[in-house]
Design a protein around this ligand. Structure first.
Ligand SMILES: [Mn+2]
Length: 269
């Protein structure tokens, strides 16, 4: 059944309450974790994730952002993501992607869909959720995760924790880079990124330094489309995952990491 305006007000309110006092970088205490990449309004993908969620009851589910925009069922998809989070906050964590931003959502479909079906007022409830979502997380097994990539110049978790994320866009450069940056498998630190002036590509040297400085072992991120739904970088220490199909252009995947740090790639559909 389609959600009503009242349903959305309640769901967005509960999600905002769940996250607004949480830090920018969350802790994942579960040793078994599923990582879910971009969903982009594909209800089929989130439905498949929901099945895994019911089956793997000892696992945490970390969603890496980009819930709406582009796809056919944006409102239904983001609503189910939020419903999972509020129903079981100990097992579900929602992170913020670059599409959880007013500027981007105005351009790629979510603003249009919500204002067409409801109103600007309802759209603004989703914006309130966007700005409280945490930016990154670190698991008990020292896996770092965020939507985009590592930010230039950051040598401690504290520097990320100190940033102010409470804005409907990303005026802060560190947070902007966490949501937008991409890895590149070559021996350099940071370089230009064709996605934009404020976006960087990070290479192996920056990645090695970041892992060492923050005491990390691995990284899982989303944000980039690969036909296989997954790609590894830096000798398997970084996994990039995508969970939407883009009308058959991608085989959507999720990533499962157990306490042995072994990575399992799971097809969604
Ligand atoms: Mn993205």
């Amino acid at each position: 059944m389609d959600a009503t305006r009242e349903d959305i007000e309640q769901l967005t309110g509960m999600t905002r309450d769940l996250y607004h006092e949480k830090p920018n970088v969350m802790e994942i205490t579960s040793r078994n974790v599923f990582f879910i990449g971009d969903l982009h309004g594909e209800f089929e993908s989130i439905s498949s994730v929901q099945k895994l969620f019911s089956k793997y009851k000892t696992h945490s589910f970390v969603f890496l952002g980009d819930y709406a925009d582009r796809g056919p069922e944006q409102i239904e998809t983001i609503n189910l993501v939020m419903a999972l989070a509020v129903s079981d906050p100990d097992r579900v964590l929602l992170l913020r992607g670059n599409h959880e931003s007013d500027e981007v959502a105005q351009q790629y479909g979510f603003y249009t869909e919500v204002t067409r079906k409801f109103s600007f007022d309802v759209y603004s409830k989703y914006l309130e959720v966007f700005q409280v979502l945490p930016m990154a997380a670190i698991s008990s097994e020292a896996i770092f995760t965020c939507h985009g990539g590592i930010p230039e110049g950051v040598i401690s978790v504290d520097e990320i924790q100190k940033c102010n994320r409470f804005n409907m866009n990303f005026p802060d450069d560190i947070l902007h880079q966490l949501a937008w940056n991409d890895p590149k498998d070559a021996d350099f630190r940071f370089a230009a990124n064709s996605r934009g002036r404020r976006v960087r590509a990070f290479g192996r040297i920056a990645f090695d330094d970041f892992l060492e400085n923050l005491g990390l072992k691995m990284m899982v991120r989303a944000h980039e489309v690969f036909a296989e739904g997954v790609k590894t970088f830096f000798d398997g220490r970084l996994t990039s995952v995508f969970s939407a199909s883009y009308r058959g252009a991608v085989t959507p995947k999720v990533v499962r990491v157990g306490s042995d740090l072994k990575i399992e790639i799971i097809p969604l559909i």
